[in-house]
Ligand binder design. Structure first.
Ligand code: HEM
Length: 528
């Protein structure tokens, strides 16, 4: 007869659990369609391996994955369900934009961001994503982005006037606050009917706190992706109570309320001016229709999306996504770029020299001189932006893609249909064969004559293929304008780094997007 303790229900449950885990491990190691792909056995057996590096080690799996590639080769299994590749040729294939390549996003790591769950960025299905992205892509097309330049210029100049207020004061400015408010101003300027100028508020910090809120969201997202039940739990808590519990949620909800309010007032204006919300036919809906005054809200309401895709919740989810993508990424990218320019007097001198020569004294009166047109000729400025983006990395680990319909042949391997395959911006952007001294900020590498095609092939900060960054053209234009406002000719204060080291701004933690290490002090400058 068994002792009483052995026959207790706890032991039976434990025994079942152990048998289940052993069976699952054997299946994952020897019988799963991914069993023959190389990689550490522990990663193949359980998601806890990734959890350890992602959560306990604070977003460091991208560095571990790099080491694993060195040991196991160009394609490895990084958890029971997912492969990771390090070959840039495969990067272009997997992150393809071809119509025939119906690659889906594997949004496991982004699920549950409640307010934007219905946006195109979190849409996994290839077809639905195409439908949802189309009107947005028209709005952010190169041509329409170019027509937004006067607005981008106007908003960027606010950074200069804000800094001018402090001219000669020796004050210390927290640059992420300033970059966040101008970014918010820009999205508001092209999205809403009401003009918003957040840089005019005396206290930037509460608005800048949107930046830290989004940092927290990006950090917490790793937890949510490992434990989707946390999201379900959060969603079940009444919003009023949740806002008291978690200020991050409160700020996020305030942002959503702002978007919703603007949406409602824009809809009311349209209703009173007897414009209908009837969608246009495919033939009618082209970017010819877009005038520089067309706001994103009106554009989406008027788009040829079917009515169930133009509901308030859907449109607001898209607007909030664009708001968040801009005010999270632009300040981070600008912090990294500005830091390197200020830390390298030679680079700063070359940049200022080029801008002085190109823009001359007309810079303060853009209505007389369309200076933004001249910025296109500023090769060194463009190179600084590109190099800043390279070292910002965007998301250090890009979201994986999967082809549900066909296997992918790669060297001796056949990747089964439906298998998520990811790639790392960290590895692509720091490939020493393509970018010698990869961690050095060297704009010269992007100048005509030095710029090689492999550099574009590897450049992963803005994603690739059908899901490449929607704001890709806007990013380049806005960053050039912001740098021109800070380093171009005209009356403006001198900026000097204040107790800021590279590690205070450098992207070192992988989250929803790339983050600085915990405790980083951010970019602070003295305004002289
Ligand atoms: C420095 C600034 C930025 C960086 C580094 C960046 C980076 C990225 C990356 C890497 C992706 C691909 C994500 C994935 O594969 O899952 C992406 C997607 C996206 N970005 Fe950006 N982004 C920036 C700024 C912006 C701006 C200003 C907007 C505003 C329009 C924007 C809107 C989006 C949207 C909506 C998507 C999703 C596209 C889709 O799924 O079809 N981003 N971005």
């Amino acid at each position: 007869m068994l002792p009483e303790s052995v026959s207790s229900p706890t032991v039976v449950v434990l025994a079942c659990l152990i048998i289940y885990m052993c069976t699952l491990s054997v299946y994952r190691l020897y019988f799963s369609p991914l069993a023959r792909f190389p990689g550490p056995k522990l990663a193949a057996v359980s998601g806890w391996y990734e959890f350890y590096y992602d959560i306990i080690q604070d977003g460091q799996y991208y560095l571990k994955v790099e080491k694993l590639h060195r040991k196991y080769g160009p394609i490895i299994r990084i958890n029971p369900w997912e492969l990771h590749a390090s070959d840039p040729v495969l990067f272009s294939h997997i992150y393809s934009s071809g119509v025939k390549q119906r690659v889906e996003k594997y949004a496991w790591s982004q699920k549950g961001l409640r307010l934007i769950d219905d946006s195109h960025i979190l849409t996994e299905s290839h077809e639905l994503h195409r439908l949802r992205r189309k009107p947005l892509a028209t709005f952010f097309s190169p041509r329409n982005t170019e027509s937004m330049e006067p607005v981008v210029w106007k908003v960027s100049q606010r950074i200069r006037s804000r800094l001018q207020k402090l001219n000669g004061s020796g004050s210390v400015m927290v640059m992420e606050d300033l970059f966040t408010v101008v970014s918010a101003d820009l999205v508001a300027a092209f999205s809403f009917d009401d003009e918003i100028d957040l840089t005019q508020t005396d206290e930037l910090q509460p608005l800048g706190s949107i930046y830290s809120t989004l940092q927290t969201v990006a950090r917490v997202s790793a937890w949510l992706s490992h434990f989707s039940w946390i999201t379900a739990l959060i969603n079940a808590i009444p919003p009023s109570f949740l806002m008291r519990l978690a200020p991050t949620v409160a700020t996020n909800n305030r942002l959503y309320s702002l978007v919703k309010k603007q949406f409602e007032s824009s809809r009311a204006v349209r209703a009173s001016s007897s414009k209908t919300d009837d969608p246009l036919s495919d033939d009618e809906f082209t970017d010819e229709l877009l005038s520089p005054d067309t706001k994103l809200i009106a554009h989406l309401l008027h788009s040829n999306l079917p009515p169930h895709e133009r509901t308030p919740n859907r449109v607001c989810a898209e607007l909030l996504t664009i708001f968040m993508a801009t005010i999270f990424n632009i300040p981070r990218a600008m912090m990294v770029t500005t830091y390197h320019i200020l830390a390298n007097p030679d680079i700063k001198a070359k940049l200022c020299g080029e801008l002085n020569a190109l823009l001359g004294p007309g810079v303060d009166s853009p209505q007389e001189t369309p200076v933004w047109a001249l910025l296109n000729k500023a090769e060194y400025l463009k190179a600084c932006v590109k190099e800043g983006l390279r070292l910002f990395f965007g998301a250090l680990r890009g979201t994986a893609r999967r082809n549900l319909h066909a296997p992918i042949a790669y060297r001796d391997w056949v990747i089964p249909p439906g298998t998520p395959v990811g790639m790392s911006a960290w590895m692509l952007n720091t490939d020493p064969e393509v970018y010698p001294d990869p961690l050095v900020f060297r704009p010269e590498r992007w100048l005509p004559g030095n710029h090689k095609p492999e550099m574009d092939r590897n450049f992963a900060s803005l994603g690739k293929g059908s899901r490449t960054c929607l704001g890709i053209h806007l990013v380049y234009v806005f960053m050039r304008h912001l740098l021109a406002a800070m380093f171009g000719p005209g009356e403006k204060p001198e900026l000097r780094l204040f107790e800021t080291e590279e590690s205070d701004v450098a992207t070192a933690v992988s989250g929803l997007s790339g983050l600085a290490k915990k405790g980083a002090r951010g970019l602070r400058v003295v305004v002289e």
